[in-house]
Design a protein around this ligand. Structure first.
Ligand SMILES: Cc1ncc(COP(=O)(O)O)c(C=O)c1O
Length: 385
């Protein structure tokens, strides 16, 4: 392994998995037309918010009878609203194979304390047996586990007809993978992932069956205003027609629109997906020729093309204690950041120590190619001590 310090840096060193890199060519000038200082409830403000929903709907192929809303508190807010508003009347199967799925499982078992809940778990790098899911229950899962780089292989495990509701946290999957929304009842995501938007704003998509549940079931627990999707037992339709629950940032709205317009310009979902797949293939090429790393997800069928997680398999590393291992990516990151060669490439704090590279469409393959020699160099430097 060469320890020579590379000379060429990636043009864009942002490889973090959220907030993710802005689109190629982005600059603050993209926000010049933002409706700052104006009310989000004005005609112009509502038009911008509606444009976000409409363009998202179009790009993602959301069925016409599904509702789309901009909601507070990012993806976590959207998932909280969905779980607190909808769960309770049926058993729940929740899937957990990394940190975020585990968060939803903890919400269901420790906060909502739902008596019929089953947690189907798997270790980092693996996925639970999807055949064990009871679709007579409500099902909660994460399409792409951002902290382990493991995704569901496709939608075939979800029966087209299911009695329970299927609630999907799709935040690091939408706009990068085929997520057939018509099979799902609730889809949530935030803006700062695949299209490189800003944090704090969530998107909530509901099927007609999810709406029917909202209108026929009132949870026994109280809901704060920030979570309430109904009014007088009926769906609060206004939220799904550009009347947000509370005040959004019109700067972030403008930025989200910039990302959506860019996605349309380059060719929509097929091109976004293709770019992400190309990035995964580029990383796979490097992993193939690099003895010290492997994918955390051994099975290519469940390997994420967005949050690409790698483990260090070199004998020197595997011989270290867990605490010592955890220091290795930290030291690498610090070296890489001081060189301005790569930012935010360590694995998530709860995941096994390793590296994580974002492969969504805002990242260019040439920048990944440029970062690999830096990763080799940083690893050799840390190993050398
Ligand atoms: C799968 C998944 N779910 C939820 C979250 C939390 O998202 P947010 O910070 O948008 O609430 C993240 C953030 O990375 C995530 O990757």
């Amino acid at each position: 392994m060469t320890a020579t310090k590379p000379t060429i840096r990636p043009q864009n060193p942002c490889f973090g998995s959220g907030p993710c890199s802005k689109r190629p060519g982005w600059s603050p000038a993209a926000l010049e037309g933002a409706l700052t200082g104006r009310s989000h409830r004005s005609e112009d403000g509502r038009a911008r918010i509606k444009e976000v929903s409409d363009r998202s709907r179009q790009l993602l192929g959301v069925p016409a009878d599904y509702r789309v809303a901009l909601v507070p508190a990012s993806d976590t807010g959207a998932m909280g609203m969905a779980m607190w508003s909808l769960l309770g009347p049926r058993g729940v199967d929740v899937l957990a194979w990394e940190s975020f799925g585990q968060t939803w499982a903890d919400d269901i078992t420790e906060q909502l304390k739902l008596p019929g809940a089953r947690v189907l778990s798997a270790d980092y790098g693996h996925i639970p047996d999807l055949a064990q899911i009871d679709f007579g229950h409500d099902v909660v899962f994460t399409w792409n586990g951002t902290t382990s780089g493991v995704r569901v292989p496709d939608a075939s495990f979800i029966p087209a007809e299911h009695d329970g509701l299927v609630i999907c946290d799709a935040t690091s999957a939408v706009f990068a993978m085929e997520v057939p929304i018509a099979r799902l009842d609730v889809v949530t995501y935030s803006w700062q992932k695949v299209l490189g938007g800003e944090g704090q704003h969530g998107m909530l998509i509901l099927s007609p069956r999810a709406v029917a549940r909202l209108e026929s079931y009132a949870p026994s627990w109280p809901l704060p205003k920030i979570f309430r999707l109904t009014k007088g037992g009926r769906l609060a339709e206004a939220i799904f027609a550009a009347d947000t629950i509370n005040t959004p940032s019109m700067l972030c709205v403008e930025d989200a629109l910039d990302g959506l317009r860019w996605a349309e310009t380059i060719g929509g979902l097929p091109e976004l997906t293709r770019r992400s797949q190309t990035n995964l293939a580029v990383v796979a090429g490097w992993v193939e020729r690099t003895p010290w790393v492997e994918f955390l997800a051994a099975d290519p069928a469940i390997r994420s093309s967005t949050s690409i997680c790698l483990k260090i398999v070199d004998e020197w590393f595997t011989g270290l204690t867990t605490a010592e291992q955890a220091q290795v990516p930290k030291k690498m990151v610090s070296l890489l950041e001081s060189e301005r060669a790569a930012y935010d490439v360590a694995s998530y704090r709860d995941a096994p120590p390793g590296l994580r590279l974002w492969g969504g469409a805002t990242v260019l393959p040439a920048d990944l190619e440029a970062v690999f020699p830096w990763l080799d160099w940083a690893y050799a430097e840390v190993k050398r001590g």
